[in-house]
Design a protein around this ligand. Structure first.
Ligand code: NAD
Length: 358
């Protein structure tokens, strides 16, 4: 099979981690007889510099026509002025909107060899952590009506959390489907004791549960979910939640794993076109030094194979290779501990390739 991938290396360490990921995909292509064709496009700070806009029209068109988008990271101090009208991250929002990517899948996985990276105690982490957070991405309070007004002479501001049944249904479905592919346990997180929108959310999830009798469903209020994530993260399999709650909980979950350089993500929509990127940023402090951890981006490519191309076996081969390299004791600086073998970006990429070839 032939797959067209739009590649956005972006800024900072983006190009470095993307380069290693493309090498990994090359080996996968050779091993399984697939052809990946790449179109490299500009977005983020480098696009502002070259084209005057973070998301050039050409980039958008190529992404729309491709089978998947693979992104490194965008941003950096050069473009970080919060008052600037044009900012690199507008490229991400623009892409999600234009490609109608309403779901963000954020696995929070702590591989057993990296147990010590977690800030949580051994007795809590046990043999690692493996949670998948399904976050609604294009609705809720981040997109609801907002305003600034003066009421009775006092300045006030408001934002609106609004969800309709259609929006909840499509994200809940991804939650159930993801649970079916994993350990068949789904936790829906809301604030139904207070918010009307959460009560609608909960009723839609409960209705859908009837179509997935194999999935064990429970509901947690978001405050409790935040506590449970640090108290006993292994109680979770898949968490489905709204845009704002997912934003906060997925960052909390990634901290629990303790290794930002290891975590991939996927943004999905109605069809098979998705956007895949590591959760970390452009890490300007280490850009160009050859020390960035490429594993989050390599694991994002594995998600691309699984979710956009339905290549489950190939995805698993990449994930197993990453685990095997960690088991062999190789570490980039960000996950380095005493007694392990320190490697740079390129060497880490090579090690994963070798494991896949073996
Ligand atoms: P960051 O994730 O770039 O870096 C945070 C810390 O983690 C830094 O010390 C960095 O060196 C380290 N780190 C991150 N990824 C690493 C990797 N793969 N290997 C080794 N170490 C790694 O977050 P930040 O410093 O808050 O942001 C830097 C820039 O990135 C900002 O301009 C921000 O806007 C942008 N950003 C972009 C994205 C994205 O493209 N999706 C996400 C977050 C931040």
């Amino acid at each position: 099979m032939k797959y067209n991938v739009a590649v956005i290396p972006g800024d900072g360490i983006g190009p470095e981690v993307i380069e290693e990921t493309i090498k990994v995909l090359k080996i996968i292509g050779e091993k399984f007889g697939h052809r990946f064709d790449y179109e490299y496009v500009l977005a983020g700070g480098c696009a502002i510099d070259k084209e005057g806009t973070p998301l050039p029209e050409e980039t958008l068109e190529i992404c729309k026509k491709s089978d998947a988008v693979l992104l490194g990271a965008v941003g950096g101090p050069k473009w970080d002025d919060p008052t600037a009208k044009i900012r690199p991250e507008q490229a991400l929002l623009g892409l999600r909107g234009a490609l109608n990517l309403y779901c963000n899948l954020r696995p929070a996985v702590l591989y057993a060899p990296l147990k010590n990276e977690s800030p949580l105690k051994d007795s809590i982490v046990k043999d690692g952590i493996d949670i998948c957070i399904v976050r609604e991405l294009t609705g809720g309070i981040y997109f609801g009506e907002r305003g600034l007004e003066t009421v009775d002479g006092v300045k006030s501001a408001y934002d609106t959390e609004r969800y309709n049944v259609k929006e909840i249904t499509r994200i809940a479905k991804i939650g159930f489907e993801t649970a079916m592919k994993r350990n068949k346990k789904l936790t829906s997180v809301d604030k139904a004791n207070i918010l009307e929108s959460s009560r609608l959310w909960r009723s839609v999830v409960n209705d859908m549960a009837k179509d997935y009798p194999e999935v064990e469903v429970n509901h947690l209020y978001v405050d409790n979910a935040a506590m449970q994530l640090v108290k006993d993260p292994n109680q979770f399999d898949v968490i489905v939640t709204s845009n704002i709650f997912g934003d906060i909980l997925s960052d909390e979950a990634s901290m629990v794993t303790g290794s930002i350089g290891m975590l991939p993500s996927a943004s999905l929509g109605e069809g098979t076109l998705g956007m895949y990127e590591p959760i970390h940023g452009s890490a300007p402090d280490i850009a160009g030094k050859g020390i960035a951890n490429p594993l989050a981006t390599i694991l994002s490519a594995a998600m691309m194979l699984r979710y956009s191309f339905s290549l489950d076996e190939e995805a698993k081969v990449i994930e197993n290779a990453v685990l095997a390299v960690l088991e062999d004791g190789y570490r980039t600086g960000d996950i380095m501990t005493e007694g392990k073998k320190k490697v740079g970006t390129v060497e880490m990429g090579k090690l994963v390739c070798k494991k896949i070839e073996a």
